[in-house]
Design a protein around this ligand. Sequence first.
Ligand code: SAH
Ligand code: AVI
Length: 310
Amino acid sequence: MFDRALMLSEVRAGLSGHPRQLPSKYFYDERGSQLFDEITRLPEYYPTRAERALLQQRAATIISIAKPATLIELGAGSSDKTRLLLDEMIRARPSGATYIPVDVSADFLESSVTQLRAEYGSLTTHAVIADFLAHFTLPAHPSPALHAFLGSTIGNFTPEPARQLISSVSDRMEIGDFFLLGVDLRKDTIEIERAYNDSRGVTAQFNRNILNVINDGLGASFDPSLFEHNAIYNEREHRIEMRLVSRDAQNVNIPGMGDVAFAAGDAILTELSYKYDRSSATDLLSRSGLRLQEWFTDDAGMFALALANR
Ligand code: SAH
Ligand code: AVI
């Protein structure tokens, strides 16, 4: 599933540095994608509900501005909210539209595409299993395209990798293409922290699943139950910092790397989740070669959709 040599070099680099960290794409084997899907239905996790409500309200306007023949979606996951855009695309182009979901979670992407094909007879769907941080090739597709990056997944990247990722989308865009970005907005710390510390412990399971993925990929000996979930909002950096904290002193064997020693309280940084406002999102887009055309948000200021072009 994940490339073993790449995983080993990324895990080695991540666990040798200060702070120790792991790339958040390794949350997403099939189990991780299912756990994320469960998170999106939790009462505390507001971003998915807020983005869905925005799409329900704005999908027709977005499609009428972008007029896409093709929707290309990075980190598509279950494509659940995407159906709101697909429905409007198909209404505007009854003769047929094309959908290209790109995701690293291979099995999950394949099963969600099978489901989409059964639901949407007139839609041409090409699944692309790829790491969107690496170079990947898109199949030939009709123009213009709407490139979408929803779910605030951009929030999982620090400013420079975020700029590089959106620049790589911008470089692919042809004249007439648009880019749609979903960002979680800055708000009350308590409300943000509650979304990442749910009462049923699903986020904790999702966090620990990264260790199962490393065990499966590298034959490592992590015992996820020996790590505690921790998620705090860093107000200065406007980001959630999610960690796994070793409950006790322990050694973990990673074939190809050797033993890694953890003292009680030692942490692994597993995810950052940046929260934006209009000015920081506009700045990110412009540093990536894109111009903000429309900024859609809800009255409560929970979430925003930015529509941009070159
Ligand atoms: N867009 C969906 C899913 C968001 S979860 C939603 O809004 O609900 C983040 C998604 O990005 C997951 O499906 C995960 O597998 C995918 N992902 C994370 N890192 C990735 C990477 N480097 N390359 C490709 N996909 C990635
Ligand atoms: C996918 N990503 C935008 C989610 C987020 O909110 O940063 C992942 C997540 N982590 C914990 N809960 C959800």
